[in-house]
Ligand binder design. Structure first.
Ligand SMILES: Cc1cc2nc3c(=O)[nH]c(=O)nc-3n(C[C@H](O)[C@H](O)[C@H](O)COP(=O)(O)OP(=O)(O)OC[C@H]3O[C@@H](n4cnc5c(N)ncnc54)[C@H](O)[C@@H]3O)c2cc1C
Length: 382
């Protein structure tokens, strides 16, 4: 089968669908086809995401991406007519290390200079607000009350439904096998069942970003890394409304869902690349040690499920966004643990770039061409 469109988006995750949404919102006459390899939209990283939205970043560009995305989350449910359970709950970062405390102080300073409320908290205050945290060895922490949580699947589904209402076509069960190029320009995509001609192709293939790019001769050092999530039954001592707590020293985090169910993890900073979402049981013990060292009551926690999700990471911890060396071929991914919270901004910026409009911020630091070969690293905080 042969099709023709103005834009092909590869990947029906939160980033691909946000991009399709922003494009069609800016120009409703565009024919946009989203191609997804799985049977259903939203089955990639987005389905495994724990939904955190934060302003606390060391890199100002990430703060700006949150600032652009945040208003979209605030009005998302009304505009897209789909619930996303957005809750301002705050993030609390804690540490025992002087250098990390210094980073937190710099983050708070940066946020205050942008009129975003944030504070440094001493261990006594942490203990009084959150008695379940062991604070004896802490130097302190930082807290931003605007940091939040929303349901990633809801956001993806909201975008999907809005795209469908706006006549974006979404073709599932169709894995793109190659990008068609000629004389340095993109001409479309090829899958087993279909070939689609288009002057613009946007690679939003999540953890497969680098594989799809390679078929166009573009080598991106983004790589897929596993992240294990430990789902635990509610504990009375850890109320549902707590902030997302991150122990910066071990990466351990605890996130309480609205029904009190706990999502725990973050202790796999050293995992090796791989696309299979396998659970590595050998990681359980170090995880338990990190978890109970910071929140001793977790010794009583009942782990009901462990699952693994995949995040696409880059060497400098920043995402990849922009046109590649092949004219008309764009990449939007590699955002690691921030791709959900920044999806509204990523979609908006990609749409601006494709349509030749000035994006709301300078995205040169995200350009696909910026890398020298090196091992993908972890984001500044986790
Ligand atoms: C455990 C975990 C927790 C996380 N927590 C957070 C968090 O708290 N906050 C946050 O902001 N981010 C978080 N993230 C990161 C976030 O989930 C991702 O950055 C985001 O979902 C990426 O969206 P995406 O659309 O790029 O990728 P995906 O959702 O993976 O979508 C890409 C789509 O492309 C499809 N695809 C791939 N190859 C092809 C092909 N050849 N042809 C057609 N389709 C293809 C895939 O099937 C997939 O559906 C977390 C990730 C994990 C794993």
């Amino acid at each position: 089968m042969a099709l023709t469109s103005d834009v092909v988006v590869i990947g029906a995750g939160v980033i691909g669908l946000s991009t399709a949404y922003h494009l069609t919102r800016k120009n409703k006459n565009l024919r946009i086809i989203v191609v997804e390899k799985e049977k259903f939209h939203g089955a990639g990283s987005t389905a495994q995401c724990t939904g955190g939205i934060r302003h606390q970043f060391t890199n100002p560009l990430n703060i700006q991406l949150t600032q652009i995305s945040y208003p979209y989350f605030l009005r998302f449910a009304a505009e897209m007519q789909y619930p996303i359970y957005f809750r301002k709950r705050g993030y609390l970062f804690v540490t025992t290390q002087e250098s990390r405390m210094q980073s937190l102080a710099e983050i708070v300073h940066q946020l205050e200079s942008r009129d975003i409320p944030a504070e440094l908290i001493d261990p006594e205050e942490i203990a009084s607000r959150y008695p379940f945290i062991k604070t004896g060895d802490l130097l302190g922490g930082s807290y931003c009350p605007l940091d939040a949580y929303a349901d990633p699947y809801g956001v993806m589904e909201g975008y999907y439904r809005q795209c469908r209402r706006m006549n974006v076509e979404v073709i599932c069960n169709t894995g793109v096998e190659s990008i068609i190029t000629r004389n340095g320009e993109v001409k479309g995509v090829r899958a087993k069942q279909v070939e689609i001609s288009a002057p613009v192709v946007i690679n939003a293939a999540g953890p497969h970003l680098h594989l799809v790019a390679r078929t166009a001769g573009i080598h991106l050092p983004a790589a897929p890394y596993r992240r294990q999530v430990y789902v635990c039954a509610p504990l009375q001592q850890i109320p549902a409304g707590i902030p997302l707590v991150v122990d910066m020293d071990t990466g351990f985090y605890v996130h309480a869902e609205k029904n009190g169910i706990l999502l725990l993890g973050g202790t796999d900073r050293d995992s090796s690349p791989g696309l299979e979402p396998v659970v590595d049981r050998s990681r359980l013990l170090p995880f338990i040690e990190a978890a109970t060292a910071r929140i001793p009551i977790l010794e009583d926690a009942q782990v009901t499920r462990i699952y693994t999700g995949i995040r696409s990471l880059t060497p400098d911890g920043l995402g990849i966004l922009g046109e590649t060396g092949v004219k008309g071929f764009y990449c939007a991914g590699g955002f690691g643990g921030n791709g959900f919270m920044h999806a509204p901004a990523i979609g908006l910026i990609t749409a601006c770039l494709v349509l030749g409009e000035k994006p709301p911020l300078d995205v040169t630091p995200l350009s696909p061409g910026r890398f020298i070969n090196s091992r993908p690293g972890e984001n500044a905080l986790f």
